[in-house]
Design a protein. Structure first.
Length: 186
């Protein structure tokens, strides 16, 4: 991207200089003054990305990243991994995208899926009506936890608020924080 911009700037400079030379050679009258103004280079504006990093990082939250940044850089923006982070469960080399959600699991965390980028999700999952497959798309929710959520709502009725998920065995505050913006109760 930067090399293309550089080529375009250089081409513009060559065109202006060539045009000025033609004007000077063809029609300048003695004593006439010709002023050549070259274009100024402008800094390339990098795309601003907002990425949410949660789980086993020191400061979970939303961070501003640049186009081309990788998950490793997003984790560092979030204060770096905690001592319990399972970095082998994530692809640190993947490029982050705007609106990505990354959950960094802890070592031994009961999850069938490691870190998840959920930025492409279009809507929230209703924990009161979602089936097992939908629940298992959530970070930190594998088949066992999804089954526990379904059993709980069948035995106790619908969840009144998201925090009630903490009553499910295996769902702690970290998992709740990771899925809070992805789920709802209707």
């Amino acid at each position: 991207m930067r090399s293309v911009s550089l080529v375009l700037v250089l081409a513009a400079v060559v065109a202006v200089v060539s045009g000025a030379a033609v004007v000077l050679i063809r029609g300048s009258s003695p004593g006439a003054r010709i002023e050549v103004t070259l274009p100024t280079a402008t800094a390339e504006v990098e795309s601003e990305l907002k990425v949410y990093v949660a789980g086993a990082v020191r400061s979970p939250g939303v961070y501003e990243m640049s186009d081309g940044d990788r998950l490793a850089e997003a984790i560092e923006a979030a204060g770096g991994p905690t001592g319990a982070a399972d970095l082998d469960a994530v692809n640190l080399a993947v490029r982050v995208k705007d609106e990505d959600y990354w959950y960094i699991p802890t070592v031994g965390e009961d999850s069938e899926r490691p870190a998840v980028a959920a930025g492409d999700r279009t809507g929230k999952i209703d924990v009161n009506s979602a089936d097992l497959d939908d629940l298992m798309t959530l970070p930190g929710i594998g088949e066992v936890k999804a089954q526990s959520i379904v059993r709980h709502r069948e035995s106790n009725g619908p969840f009144g608020e998201i925090e009630e998920l903490l009553t499910i065995r295996g769902i702690g505050q970290g998992t709740l924080d990771a899925i809070r913006d992805l789920v709802e109760t209707r």
